[in-house]
Write a protein that binds this ligand. Structure first.
Ligand SMILES: O=C(O)CCC(=O)C(=O)O
Ligand SMILES: [Fe+2]
Length: 283
């Protein structure tokens, strides 16, 4: 397909665009460059009516970097780098419910994520995105400079501690299987404001799922600043919302957006496949 036929339609002012006219299994280098450009510009891009199998999805992810094997969530048999995110009918959703950036508790957090929708509820199960660049830009210059040289501790423990999330995930009794290891409690430090290596844009890089505390502040100060930031970053002005259809693909840049999986389709089933792409140490 020629890159001339690619159409990029922004979904909202701050984040998100739908891209039409591409088959992600068969992207020329030119078309791939356009998709990558749109990803950097819009933070999250969406494609309809794709026909990914696991190999095609992994191959697409690999064009951006190395697919990662999750240290806690078990991948699919024979394809450890792919997660099958299954939410059965009659259950509540738990994976990705709450604002976060994928794997910010890694020393080198994920560059991006590719999510493919297979079984989509007739209503509900949307994914929300929020631009942390827009959120950063909307802070006062004084707050930007205060946050500018702070660091924060991230860990998987709030999201993955068996005492908090329930042991059934670790006992193989839930659709997503977890594997217990040191990785659940390891702590890493990242800057509170990061600079995108490809665009130079600055963005807020703390999130309510994985950030534990801001270094060098009193606990009450860290708590107050994080709460202020979380409230600020969740402003609808910085968001878009993607309504899934079967065969849709979402690709997002974890270096500049938060996302949130809605838990509003209890009576319906949803099946997604996810691959994350290795990133660099945030600076
Ligand atoms: O299921 C979704 O909509 C998103 C879940 C999530 O957070 C992820 O795949 O990283
Ligand atoms: Fe996620």
């Amino acid at each position: 397909m020629s890159p001339e036929s690619i159409e990029v339609r922004p979904l909202a002012g701050a984040v998100g665009a739908e891209i039409g006219g591409v088959d992600l299994r068969d992207l020329s280098d030119d078309a791939f460059a356009r998709v990558r450009e749109a990803l950097l510009t819009h933070g999250a891009v969406f494609f309809r009516d794709q026909t990914f199998d696991p190999d095609a999805q992994i191959a697409f992810a690999r064009r951006f970097g190395e697919p990662e094997v999750h240290p806690i969530v078990e991948g699919m048999d024979g394809r450890p780098e792919m997660l099958r995110v299954h939410k059965p009918a009659g259950a509540s959703a738990s994976f990705g419910v709450g604002w976060h950036t994928d794997n910010s508790f890694f020393e080198r957090p994920s560059l991006g994520s590719v999510l493919y929708g297979e079984t989509i509820p007739p209503v509900g199960g949307d994914t929300l995105y929020a631009s942390m660049e827009a959120a950063y830009q909307a802070l006062s210059p004084r707050m930007q400079s205060f946050l500018g040289d702070l660091r924060a501790v991230h860990s998987a423990s709030r999201a993955y501690d068996p005492d908090g999330v329930g042991r059934e995930k670790y006992e193989g009794k839930a659709p997503l299987r977890y594997r217990y290891s040191e990785a659940v409690h390891e702590e890493v430090e990242h800057p509170v404001v990061r600079t995108h290596v490809d665009t130079g844009a600055r963005s807020i890089y703390v999130n309510p799922m994985f950030t534990q505390r801001i270094c060098d502040l009193a606990e009450s100060e860290s708590h107050a600043i994080l709460e202020m930031l979380y409230q600020h970053c969740a402003r609808p002005d910085f968001q878009c919302r993607f309504r899934w259809t079967p065969g849709a693909v979402a690709l997002w840049d974890n270096r500049q957006v938060w996302h949130y999986a809605m838990d509003d389709y209890r009576e319906h089933e949803r099946v997604m496949y996810r691959v994350t792409i290795a990133g660099e140490r945030p600076v």
